[in-house]
Design a protein around this ligand. Structure first.
Ligand SMILES: Cc1cc2nc3c(=O)[nH]c(=O)nc-3n(C[C@H](O)[C@H](O)[C@H](O)COP(=O)(O)OP(=O)(O)OC[C@H]3O[C@@H](n4cnc5c(N)ncnc54)[C@H](O)[C@@H]3O)c2cc1C
Length: 297
C-alpha cells in the first residue's frame, strides 16, 4: 500500500504539539505507537496532511502515585505509557493489578512494545482491552487542548461509538488516572479471541471488594458487544443487593445481564453466539474477582 503524502512533525513539548494540532485542526492526526494509525494510513482509511508524532515528548511517559483531593491513592500514567510498561511496572502491578494484567494480554509482544494507553483509548475500539478495563476501573482521562485548556473525562463518558469519542481535533490525552485497588479486592479479565494475539471478540473485566465475607463493591464492564464498552450497573446492583444476607447467584445475575445486552451480528461470529460468550465470560469473571477478593461466606 502507498501512503498518501503528509508532513511529519516531531514536537518535543506538549505546547509545541498543541500548537501544531491547533494550526492544522482536522487536517492533522496525533501519532503515538502507530499500531492502529499506521494500518489506517496504509489502507488510506485516514488521509491527513500533517502527522504530529508525540513520541519525543518525555512528559507523556510517566508512571506514578498521587493522592486525590479526598486523600485516596491514585495511579497516574502518562498517555505514552506503552502496554509493556504497564505490564512490567511494579507500581502498576501493586496499585492497579487489573491494569497490568489487561496490558499483558494485549496482542503480541511487538504490539505491546509499541502501543500506548493514550493511543488505545483515543482509537476507541469497542472491543479493546484497555478501553473495557478503564470503565471497570473508573479511570479518568486527562486531556489538554490549545491554549493549555485542561479537562478530565471519566472513561464511562469518554467513548461515543465505534472508533469515536469526545476528543476534539486539537485535544491531546495527557494522562490517565486510576483509583488504586484497595485491600480485600480481587479482579478478573476474561476474553474470547479467534486466535492468539487477536483482538477480543468479547472481553469482560470485573473488580470486586469483599469485607467481612460480604460483597462490598463490584464493577463489571464488557467490550465487543456494542458500539462502546459498557458498564453493567444493573448486574452490579443485583449482586450487591443479593449479597446481604444471601450469597448472590452469580450465574443467574450475569446470565440475565447477558440476555439484556443489545448485540448485533458480527462478521466473525453471530449475535446469539456472542451472547453465549458474554454470559460465560461474565459468570467466570465475576466469580473469579469475588473469589480473589476472599470469597463470600
Ligand atoms: C496486530 C495487532 C494486534 C492488536 N491486538 C490488540 C488486542 O488484542 N487488544 C487491544 O486492545 N488492542 C490491540 N491492538 C491495538 C493496540 O493496542 C494499539 O496500541 C492501540 O489500539 C493504539 O495505540 P497506539 O499507541 O499504537 O496509537 P496510534 O496507532 O499511534 O494512534 C491511534 C489513534 O489514537 C490517536 N492518539 C494516539 N495518542 C493520542 C493521545 N495521546 N491523545 C489523543 N489522541 C491520540 C491517534 O491520532 C490515532 O487516531 C492490536 C494492534 C495490532 C497492530
Amino acid at each position: 500500500m502507498i501512503l498518501s503524502p503528509f508532513e511529519y512533525h516531531a514536537p518535543t513539548t506538549i505546547d509545541e504539539a498543541l500548537r501544531l494540532l491547533s494550526d492544522y485542526g482536522d487536517d492533522s492526526r496525533i501519532l503515538a505507537g502507530g499500531q492502529s494509525l499506521i494500518p489506517l494510513l496504509k489502507l488510506n482509511l485516514v488521509e491527513v496532511g500533517h502527522i504530529v508524532d508525540i513520541k519525543h515528548i518525555p512528559e507523556l511517559s510517566s508512571i506514578g502515585l498521587e493522592a486525590d483531593p479526598e486523600g485516596r491513592e491514585m495511579l497516574r500514567v502518562g498517555a505514552l505509557t506503552r502496554h509493556s510498561d504497564l505490564e512490567r511496572s511494579e507500581i502498576v502491578r501493586k496499585a492497579v493489578p487489573l491494569l497490568a494484567e489487561t496490558a499483558a494480554g494485549i496482542g503480541h509482544q511487538m504490539v505491546r512494545n509499541r502501543g500506548t494507553i493514550g493511543g488505545s483509548l483515543a482509537h476507541s475500539d469497542p472491543s479493546a482491552d484497555l478501553c473495557t478495563a478503564s470503565i471497570a476501573l473508573d479511570a479518568a482521562i486527562n486531556t489538554v487542548s490549545a491554549g493549555g485548556k485542561k479537562r478530565t473525562v471519566k472513561a464511562g463518558e469518554f467513548f461515543e461509538g465505534p472508533l469515536s469519542n469526545c476528543l476534539s481535533a486539537d485535544e491531546l490525552i495527557e494522562s490517565v488516572t486510576f483509583p488504586s485497588t484497595g485491600p480485600g479486592s480481587g479482579h478478573s479479565i476474561k476474553k474470547f479471541t479467534l486466535g492468539t494475539g487477536d483482538f477480543p471478540i468479547v472481553v469482560v473485566c470485573a473488580l470486586a471488594t469483599v469485607r467481612d465475607g460480604r460483597l462490598a463493591a463490584i464493577a463489571i464492564s464488557i467490550g465487543g458487544v456494542g458500539g462502546t464498552p459498557l458498564r453493567l450497573k444493573d448486574a452490579e446492583q443485583a449482586l450487591l443487593s443479593a449479597a446481604s444476607p444471601e450469597t448472590p447467584d452469580i450465574g443467574t445475575i450475569t446470565g440475565k445481564a447477558a440476555s439484556s445486552l443489545v448485540i448485533e451480528d458480527d462478521p466473525r461470529v453471530s449475535a446469539p453466539y456472542k451472547r453465549k460468550l458474554a454470559a460465560t465470560l461474565l459468570r467466570r469473571s465475576v466469580a473469579e474477582a469475588i473469589g480473589k477478593a476472599g470469597g463470600i461466606s
